[in-house]
Design a binder for this molecule. Structure first.
Ligand code: SF4
Length: 763
């Protein structure tokens, strides 16, 4: 649509997992205007401050525009042909020592290209998305509860719920448009109660009816306390539990199996006995009366309750356990499966669901919920990719922390990853314990870091080869947001200089390897793995950038991927249907009249087409194969590190409203940079006074791993309790991950960025 010389097209926002629908205005080859899409179901015309400035991220002054190879310590321009050859040679020589580290910002076609290249092409499973750092615990929580990943509910629950419970979650800053959807209801006279359970006050707390401040890690005990109250007082939903649930228990040993061991209701009840109000209050710091409010809320069957969480529960030393427990109290109390009753995790990235989870770019997964470890899943993928049986390596790859540990360790000491190709993420900024997992690469001459990026970052500083990437509407794409909604957009402007699409880079490298005779780059017919044909049946040489846009390569890759989504009933919509929509929530099923219908509420007969008639609720991918979900018992366990005499303070890290993740995009937008120019350490006034610190003073935040000097902001945006400080991580001049710990959940392998022990001193 063109109005007054401005052409308008649609795209999802480039930032968080909310997936707001943006109207993009372009003129003379530039993005000149941004608006919220007034008809959008997700955001109903609104955007947050980042969304309104999303167009600005394309136009920072220091965009990377040409490939650069490090020679004698300095990055020097080279051609794309040379760059592709350098990469292909490294892979050809040591294919098993190569890894790809991507992200939940990969478009679905980009992630799918990387997936196919690694699994089918190189028989190599060292493929990870940075989503391991943000939602892996949500995945293990869903899979070990329902047998299949991703939320049953959707954002519509927020319009229906009587009570919203925020579990360590700050949507007012992290998912602002979703939060405004809740708060707006109050301005229309609707009653919606917000219960904020957190380790520090946030801007969300300002809207909460109840704020419950808990000591880090004790959310495990709080969830168990609610279950204990329901069970001891016979207030759980007996009918729901007997029809739809079985019990499981976490295996208390080093190995921590994803599926634990079966348990009985009696054993469950017995295990919960410890978690009285008294014990839990003592442990968590939440007064007993507040714990009672929480437990009685779940006991009230008339109320509709939606739980929301994001990094507070996922970046958790026992992330899988707390995810399971929150699902468990919803199941136990029957607050599940009707509009407004849902346990719902939110994602931080625009396609953490679409690309990391659904395409399966984690080191142990294959597309559509298949697993590397399962022979039938591997064979199925091998057949679909038309490669011989056995091509996919049965050994799962290295998860993120392991991958970077191996990369940063000399080869003679077991460091068997020698080349990592980073796409669409900034690990030199966002990995925990950076000295161990990133900076240690310096001086290891046999290690080679390839980075596809849009701007110079903390990661490109150590890169050996930098590739300029196209960003957002400089390419087409498809994202999948937090509520299972798949959204498509077209390329709307040209990327600067020689910047190119990440999917093209992967395919061009694959082609070079094919030409070098790498056997993995051929299918059973001897054809190139990424062979696509035009409508006349002619092969389009998409590996040659001059021809990459001769066809819609996004569509070709997506349509190749789409049938994979059917195995676990995650039917994503056809590309052409997505083009005409603002995204559809899977499973999307074709109707008799040829239209396609989305699903808002999974596992519920009234909405989910895969639930058998008369079942009401059916967990059709049940772990126990009897259509039942699992209610878990997982005990409270101490965190890896707690404050002590030497390091007496908790450190929590996170985001701020104005910046998205490492700030590599939002810090290039003047308005956002000016609104929040740098990181700080947020302190409680009493703690600051004890150290003789005032607002603006420089403080050293020191841990066992490193230290960072930061200006003090007393109280900050909210107010951390005594003994806790908060530092945002967006500022690349103050890398707080030099300080954070790399301890991680034993099941999900997701690191804990929310708690480690530090000392704060005046600098
Ligand atoms: Fe919406 Fe998130 Fe983008 Fe803000 S950053 S406009 S909430 S998708």
């Amino acid at each position: 649509q063109t109005i007054q010389g401005i052409h308008w097209d649609k795209a999802p926002c480039r930032f968080c997992g909310t997936g707001c629908h943006v109207k993009v205005g372009t003129k003379d080859g530039k993005v000149v205007a941004i608006a919220g899409h007034e008809d959008a179901e997700v955001n109903k015309g609104l955007l947050c401050v980042k969304g309104y400035h999303v167009g600005g991220i394309l136009y920072g002054e220091d965009r990377l525009t040409e490939p650069m190879l490090r020679k004698n310590g300095k990055l020097e321009p080279i051609s794309w042909d040379e760059a592709i050859e350098v990469i292909a040679k490294r892979i050809y020589e040591k294919p098993k020592e190569f890894a790809i580290y991507g992200s939940g910002q990969w478009t679905i076609p980009e992630g799918y290209a990387a997936q196919k290249f690694m699994r089918a092409g190189l028989s190599n499973n060292h493929l990870e998305p940075n989503a391991r750092l943000c939602m892996a615990s949500a995945v293990t929580g869903f899979i070990s509860t329902y047998g299949v990943d991703e939320p049953a509910g959707c954002y519509d629950d927020l319009d229906e719920a009587d009570v919203i419970i925020l579990w360590g979650n700050n949507p007012a800053e992290m998912h602002p448009v979703l939060f405004s959807r809740i708060v707006d209801r109050r301005s229309r006279g609707e009653k919606v109660t917000i219960i904020d359970i957190g380790t520090r006050r946030t801007r969300s707390t300002e809207f909460a009816d109840h704020y419950m401040n808990f000591k880090p890690q004790t959310d495990l005990a709080i969830a168990n306390c609610i279950a204990h109250y329901l069970v001891e007082n016979d207030l759980y939903d007996k009918e729901f539990v007997s029809k739809h649930c079985n019990f499981r228990i976490d295996v208390d040993d080093e190995t921590r199996d994803l599926m634990g061991r079966p348990s009985t209701f009696e054993e469950y009840k017995e295990n919960l006995k410890t978690y009285t109000f008294e014990y839990t209050s003592e442990l968590s710091g939440i007064p007993e009366e507040q714990l009672k409010i929480l437990a009685e809320t779940f006991a009230d069957k008339e109320l509709k309750i939606t739980s929301l969480w994001c990094m507070g529960m996922n970046q958790h030393f026992r992330g899988t356990a707390i995810n399971r427990l929150v699902h468990g109290i919803h199941l136990l109390s029957g607050h599940f499966g009707t509009p407004g009753n849902a346990p719902t995790s939110l994602t931080g990235q625009p396609s953490a669901c679409g690309t990391a989870r659904e395409v399966g770019t984690l080191c142990h997964t294959l597309p559509g919920g298949r697993l590397i470890a399962k022979e039938s899943d591997r064979s199925d993928c091998e057949d679909r990719w038309n490669v011989e049986r056995g091509r996919i390596n049965p050994q799962i790859g290295y998860h993120t922390v392991k991958m970077w540990e191996k990369f940063c360790t000399p080869a003679d000491k077991g460091g068997d990853i020698s080349t990592i190709f980073v796409q669409v993420t900034n690990p030199g900024h966002t990995l925990p314990n950076l000295a161990k997992l990133f900076t240690a690469k310096e001086g290891l001459d046999d290690k080679f870091l390839i980075v596809s990026e849009v701007y110079p970052t903390a990661t490109t500083k150590l890169a050996d080869l930098v590739l300029p990437a196209a960003l957002w509407v400089e390419k087409g794409g498809i994202y999948g947001n937090s509520e299972r909604r798949t959204q498509q957009w077209f390329k709307q402007v040209e990327p600067p200089g020689q910047a190119r699409e990440d999917a093209w880079m992967t395919i061009a490298i694959a082609r070079k390897l094919f030409e070098m005779g790498h056997p993995g780059m051929k299918d059973k017919n001897g054809d190139f793995l990424f062979t696509v044909k035009d409508e006349q049946g002619e092969v389009v040489p998409i590996w040659d950038y001059d021809h990459y846009h001769d066809i819609n390569t996004d569509k070709a890759l997506y349509e190749e991927y789409r049938p994979f989504s059917h195995m676990k009933h995650k039917h994503v919509a056809p590309y052409d249907v997505l083009v005409k929509s603002q995204g559809l929530r899977w499973p999307v099923v074709e109707q008799k009249d040829g239209t396609f219908r989305e699903t808002r509420f999974r596992f519920s007969e009234f909405d989910d087409p895969f639930v058998e008639k008369g079942k009401g609720i059916q967990f059709y991918h049940s772990v126990t194969k009897d259509d039942k979900a699992l209610i878990w018992f997982c005990p409270y366990e101490d965190p890896e590190e707690s404050p002590d005499e030497e390091f007496p303070t908790w450190l929590c890290t996170g985001r701020v409203l104005e910046h998205w993740h490492s700030g590599s995009m939002t810090m290039r937008v003047e308005q956002l940079r000016n609104a929040m120019p740098g990181a700080y350490v947020e302190m409680n006034p009493q703690d600051a006074e004890k150290q003789g610190l005032n607002n603006g003073d420089q403080a050293r935040v020191i841990s066992r791993r490193g230290e960072m000097i930061l200006p003090v902001w007393i109280n900050g945006r909210a107010s951390p309790p005594e003994g806790t400080v908060f530092v945002p991580f967006f500022d690349e001049t103050k890398l707080i991950n030099d300080v954070t710990i790399d301890a991680h959940c034993p099941v999900s392998k997701e690191p804990d960025y929310k708690k480690c022990a530090v000392r704060v001193e005046k600098f």
